[in-house]
Design a protein around this ligand. Sequence first.
Ligand SMILES: NC(=O)c1ccc[n+]([C@@H]2O[C@H](COP(=O)([O-])OP(=O)(O)OC[C@H]3O[C@@H](n4cnc5c(N)ncnc54)[C@H](O)[C@@H]3O)[C@@H](O)[C@H]2O)c1
Length: 295
Amino acid sequence: MKQISVIGCGTMGNGIAQTFALFEFKVKLYDISLNNLDNAKKTILRNLERMVNKEVITHSELEKTSENITYTNDINSVVNSDLVIEAVSENIEIKESIFKELDGKCPEKTIIASNTSSISITKLANATKRKDKVIGMHFMNPVPIMKLVEVINSTHTSKETTNIILDLSKKLNKIPLTVNDYPGFISNRILMPMINEAIEALDQGVANVKNIDGIMKLGMGHPMGPLQLADLIGLDVCKSILEVMLNGLKNEKYRPNKLLVDLVNEGKLGIKSGEGFYDYTNSRKAEFVSKRFCQ
Ligand SMILES: NC(=O)c1ccc[n+]([C@@H]2O[C@H](COP(=O)([O-])OP(=O)(O)OC[C@H]3O[C@@H](n4cnc5c(N)ncnc54)[C@H](O)[C@@H]3O)[C@@H](O)[C@H]2O)c1
């Protein structure tokens, strides 16, 4: 495993690219949006500079890491990779079409992984002719910091593919844990109902934004409250994951609540759009509650 490609350079894609590059892999980061590629480059540089300031890495490591990443909007330049990790929007049609295209273009040896939060890895594998080499490699946000990689085996994934991905995750200083292919896997099956419930409680006026988050931080020892976490993940991503679980597990308890749907329809997606439950105009930290939720 030397050459890695990442498809999609949003919240997760740029973190995945940065992490591989830091561990001396050559990375091609592909996206259809030149604007997003430009933002990804700035985000990665800002993160690496922060690591230099905190003396986690040296300036020469920053330079080497930056040199390890190539940014591209040409999908043909990612085909000669040992591993391609798809991290585009949480939409099955988009993902299936990318898997199909990659399968047609990549050599037989290439493993194709998805960073999906909830979509069936078996369905994505079925879009290819290399079902044994398709796997879920679910990184957590923010990727450079979070230790877990949730590794999802489809019904077709070979033992060899799983072992390669487990070893590779360890080389990134991560801890891989394997799960089977059910909607939302384990992480989001448990996390998303909590986030949905927190939004419902806010909508019912049980408590305000800061107190809901404060109660879960102080009372349950969570490092971040559920509303702040929803803003970090992206409210559109939360809604999509809940919908995949609702349709896949056929249980109404996963239906995204109305306030979440309204915010997404209004373009309030959390940190990435500048506003969600908090306002990020003056700070990327969740310091200021969005005007909408200030009584
Ligand atoms: N946000 C999180 O906290 C989080 C955590 C774990 C996993 N995930 C999963 O990671 C994936 C990406 O999520 P994100 O939050 O980074 O999304 P995002 O909205 O921040 O970024 C998605 C990127 O995909 C690009 N894209 C869309 N269609 C494309 C195509 N056809 N070809 C190439 N690029 C395309 C977009 O231009 C955008 O840059 C999703 O499957 C999501 O469920 C997200």
